[in-house]
Ligand binder design. Sequence first.
Ligand SMILES: [Fe+2]
Ligand SMILES: [Fe+2]
Length: 291
Amino acid sequence: MSTQLEKLTAHGAEYRDPVAAIDWDREDDDLPWLPPEMLSLSADDLGVPERSKLIQRLSQAEFSRLCAAGIWLEGLLISRLSAKGFLELPAEETRIMLQEIREETGHSLMFLTMIERAGLQKTRLLGPTRLLTWVAQRLNPDHAAFWAMVYIGETVTDTYARLCLKRAQDEGQGISPVASDVLSLHHKDEARHIAAARALLASRIDKMGLIERFVFSRTLKFLLRGFLKATLYPTAESLERAGIPRSKEMAAHAARCPRRAELARQCAVPALTLLGRTAELARFSVADIRP
Ligand SMILES: [Fe+2]
Ligand SMILES: [Fe+2]
């Protein structure tokens, strides 16, 4: 494993601060921040044309939710990794964790800028997070469950971002260049983080006994369902701040939408594929992930 971690740290050696790397002037006020098909409500749901101000505002709110999910997950990762200091860890693990802390801090600063640009600071953008935060604060980076949580959080949000970039490219539906740059920069770093989480999970999972594995599989199911609910569905408050009429009704509509549930399932595929083998998550159903 150490060779793999060493390779990953070599790729992350040249750090660039995301806030400095993004050209913040590359904004296009006429373009949405995410492809309209990737939003939780369609133009039909809102009774407006696809190229309308309302869809654009909705795309900014949904992009901001993705940013808020990043800030939340990255904050949890940083706090858990740094809680004990790094004195007892092998050098290759210390190096990878310090690189992640450096990069996640840069990502969160970049995400914060996007939320401010959307004018959505001080808005509750995510679904329920309190219980997930409580669980995450008790997971230990020395154990497999912690890295499984990291893997779930990073793959769910990264899969959604990747699908957005692919749709924007494939179908020639332009999205704001700044939004596209933020997603691309993040995706590039996340690919390394996800590979590291996978390697660190693999190195810890063999040490688990039967009871631990049972608790592990239940914890993962809970975490995956919670992450999907919290990060892929809009809050009524965020819709209201974006100017969407009948915001409560519309948030409930998105929560019931089968198209959205299918997207949530797609975002869960990497976590289900990797973790299903060890944690019996294969029978996880789409109905489980609606808020
Ligand atoms: Fe990140
Ligand atoms: Fe990450």
